[in-house]
Design a binder for this molecule. Structure first.
Ligand code: MG
Length: 158
């Protein structure tokens, strides 16, 4: 078994869509980034790369590379899943926590889990997404940014 962890942080700005786990969430601000800035998907992707010892998301998908501009981060996750499988590894389970003051994410979590489980080829009971706030403190608490932490377990494929 192998464990990997991933972390991501993006600013919230006007004029961008808010996409988490491939699901668009209605909100007046969105995450700033080169791709769709889906920090939940980025954190999980980085955790997968970490568990497989394959470097990090920035190495595989350099920010500024025009082919990743505004692309759905689910595509990046899918590519990394293929790399992981090619290494003879299979995803055991995923647990992620999104740190965001607003909007309330709880109503969107079922759809987000379904979206990510579909890409990862995992049953829902192996894909956990949680949300928490920063108690109003710091840039996240003031609604200027979001962060995400993820851990992934990989197993040698049978
Ligand atoms: Mg990112």
């Amino acid at each position: 078994m192998r464990i990997g962890n991933g972390y991501d942080f993006h600013r919230l700005v006007a004029g961008r869509r808010l996409v988490l786990g491939g699901v668009e969430i209605p909100y007046h601000l969105g995450l700033l980034g080169h791709s769709d800035a889906d920090l939940l998907t980025h954190a999980i992707t980085d955790a997968l790369l970490g568990a497989a010892c394959l470097g990090d998301i920035g190495q595989h998908f350099p920010p500024g590379d025009p082919q990743w501009k505004d692309v759905s981060s689910l595509l990046l996750l899918e590519k990394v899943c293929t790399l992981v499988r090619e290494r003879g590894l299979a995803v055991g389970n995923v647990d992620a926590v999104v740190v965001a003051e607003r909007p309330k994410l709880a109503p969107h979590i079922p759809k987000i889990r379904q979206s990510l489980a579909g890409v990862l080829g995992l049953p829902l009971d192996r894909l956990s997404v949680k949300a928490t706030t920063q108690e109003g403190l710091g840039p996240i608490g003031e609604g200027q940014a979001m962060a995400c932490y993820a851990v992934v377990l990989l197993e040698e494929a049978a």
